[in-house]
Design a protein around this ligand. Structure first.
Ligand code: TYD
Ligand code: MG
Length: 456
């Protein structure tokens, strides 16, 4: 009979190995592989499980009429919308962002708002002393908010306390500072972050407490620590923005209880984060006179239309290899549009440096921005401003054909609301009654170029 090998498991990433080794080749952690004990030992026949059999699970029907507990609103409309309509009880939420972007400020304001709505709220800071958090609260005008504070990093103590206090909401700032005495490595290490996040999320489910974890983001834009933390939580929000700009965007990248891609817009002021209820007006407020290289894109972020200015600069390149630089959009998508302009419309960009910027620090991922990008690029290349008060949107395919964007009507409605009088968009797409805008519709990119510059 073949000898049965004892399975080993990596405590950091959960990968299984047939034998022990010093380093897990799945996650790269050292000294994390242990021999599996208990259930998996011995032949996997049902009878051998007998003694180790667990408790019976509680089974329920899909048709069960038990109503889900209601969501709680903070009253901060931008936050509530990104959460999918408010905070779901017993949910785990990860809020990621660059250091210094305003995560602690946002969550202290959120904690105060939820506490004022009657939620028992605890804010645990692993980075600042309670006195510092209190100072911040005073600066934000939140001194009277009924939020309980603690400065602690030992997760065992934190869990014991919140179990006894039974709050509705706990904020952990940040997950990278938390440590469990059962894990050997230092706070902030992959295994600690993973284990701490696991403890906190399972605590949230078990005890019906909502938990918000703050996570720092590394240089390449990922939440420091394992990606798997994102899988453990119900909702992942990113707090983004440019340090030099006052706009901050809270973006849902994953949400089990609402639409992903929803954004909330805030403005960092001397007195904390202020909600921006009409982001289009804000993103366009810095726009000067119509100038070459500028196009206004009528976009949709989550469920809301948002107008934003795209800026392009095209200049002869002094380098042997021309530069392409993008801020706020996808570099590969820019390369694709340049290639389509070149091969389908005969407009070369070789030997020209191309820069593209989304004004206001917003990041756009919609393919519908293609046509606005093309418009900005052409306008910059021709050194001719686009017609004033015109919005542009539509998707470009590799063949040079244009595809209508979803929610055409909502985009046009928003443009009209903000005083625009014309729109350039692809043919097709559902349009109900009169839009109140003068519409120029193009079937393909060549037609579009002809429409805006009177040449093919
Ligand atoms: P913070 O919330 O500490 O960032 P994070 O927790 O993401 O590291 O925010 C830090 C920045 O916010 C800091 O540079 C100062 C600025 N700020 C304001 O402009 N106004 C304010 O009212 C507060 C509290 C902070
Ligand atoms: Mg902070």
């Amino acid at each position: 009979m073949a000898k049965t090998q004892t399975p080993h498991t990596c405590t950091a990433c959960g990968a299984s190995h047939t034998k022990w080794s010093g380093r897990c080749d799945a996650c790269g952690e050292w000294n994390c592989i242990v021999e599996d004990t208990g259930l998996s030992k011995g032949p996997a026949s049902t009878t051998s499980l007998g003694a180790a059999r667990g408790a019976r699970m509680v089974l329920s029907d899909l048709s069960s009429t038990e109503a889900p507990p209601p969501r709680s609103q903070s009253g901060l409309a931008e936050l509530d919308r990104v959460l999918g309509g408010g905070l779901v009880p017993a949910s785990a939420i990860l809020v990621g962002g660059d250091p210094g972007i305003g995560k602690s400020t946002l969550l202290l304001q959120a904690a105060a708002a939820f506490a004022h709505k009657g939620l028992k709220t605890i804010y645990v800071s692993g980075e600042e002393a309670s006195a510092q958090v209190r100072m911040r609260a005073a600066r934000l005008g939140l001194k009277d908010a009924p939020v309980k504070l603690a400065a602690e990093t030992n997760l065992r103590d934190i869990l014991t306390t919140i179990e006894a206090e039974a709050p509705d909401l706990v904020i952990i700032d940040s997950i990278q500072t938390m440590w469990l005495d059962t894990v050997g490595s230092a706070p902030g290490s992959v295994s600690q972050v993973r284990a701490a996040a696991h403890e906190l999320t399972s605590f949230a489910k078990r005890k019906g407490v909502s938990v918000v974890l703050v996570g720092h983001v590394t240089k390449d834009g990922q939440i420091a620590g394992p990606r798997v933390v994102e899988h453990m939580v119900d909702t992942v929000l990113y707090f983004e923005g440019e340090r030099g700009h006052q706009f901050r965007i809270l973006r849902a990248v994953k949400n089990r209880f609402g639409p992903a891609d929803e954004i909330g817009v805030f403005e960092m002021t001397g007195g904390g984060l202020a909600e921006v209820l009409n982001p289009s007006a804000l993103f366009l407020s810095e726009r000067g006179k119509p100038s070459p290289g500028s196009a206004v894109f009528a976009g949709i972020e989550g469920t809301r239309p948002v107008l934003v200015e795209l800026q392009a600069l095209v200049a002869p390149s002094p380098h042997s290899q021309a530069r392409r630089a993008v801020v706020g959009w996808d570099g590969a998508r820019l390369a694709m549009i340049l290639a389509v302009l070149e091969s389908r419309c005969g407009i070369p960009f070789a030997g020209l440096d191309v820069y593209l910027n989304v004004a206001g620090g917003l990041k756009i991922s919609e393919p519908a921005a293609d046509l606005a990008v093309a418009a900005a690029l052409l306008s910059a290349r021709e050194d001719a401003a686009l017609p004033a008060d015109t919005v542009v949107f539509g998707e470009i395919s590799l063949s040079g054909a244009l595809r209508p964007a979803p929610q055409t009507e909502n985009r046009l409605k928003e443009a009209r609301k903000l005083g625009f009088t014309a729109a350039i968009l692809p043919e097709g797409g559902k349009l109900g009654e009169k839009t109140g805008l003068s519409l120029t519709r193009a079937g393909d990119l060549t037609g579009f170029v002809g429409d805006i510059f009177g040449a093919g």
